[in-house]
Design a protein around this ligand. Structure first.
Ligand code: TYD
Length: 135
């Protein structure tokens, strides 16, 4: 069974607008070192197309919607994210593709480590070889 999963984040309902928060050592299965976000994504564009050796991430559709396809070399699963209080946990050694971004969507990513290019696997065949070596 893949270790990826949807995490339901806390939400505070309010007539003035809802609020969701994420606290260190509380809501995610890793401690975080970095936050980044994708925005102004043009229609038809795709992001991702790589895996990470060590990095753990949580992906949130803070606004709008998009699709995340995850692949661990054996199983593949597609997630449609469209609520700000759901986080998709992506464990290490998971190939990901993000597409189908709605207009004005914002994809927030909480990450366990700073940006490190050497942590990326950008070639799918190399990724597949590495997942079978470690199986
Ligand atoms: P990349 O992770 O390939 O984008 P995505 O997976 O969202 O499609 O990153 C795109 C570029 O941005 C790449 O040149 C590296 C740079 N970058 C940083 O400098 N810091 C970061 O935290 C991230 C995520 C990317």
């Amino acid at each position: 069974m893949p270790d990826w999963r949807i995490i339901e984040l806390p939400r505070i309902h309010d007539a003035r607008g809802n609020l969701t928060y994420i606290e260190a050592n509380q809501h995610l299965p890793f401690s975080f070192a970095r936050v980044y976000y994708l925005y102004d994504v043009p229609g038809g564009a795709a992001r991702g197309g790589h895996a990470h050796r060590e990095l753990k991430q949580c992906v949130i559709a803070a606004s709008g919607s998009f699709t995340v396809v995850l692949d661990n070399g054996k199983e593949r699963q597609s997630f449609f994210l469209n609520r700000s209080f759901y986080g998709l946990y992506i464990p290490p050694m998971t190939w990901r593709e993000l597409d189908n971004f709605s207009s004005g969507s914002v994809c927030v990513v909480i990450a366990s480590r700073p940006y490190e290019e050497k942590d990326y696997i950008r070639d799918y065949d190399a990724f597949q070889r590495q997942t079978t070596e470690t199986a």
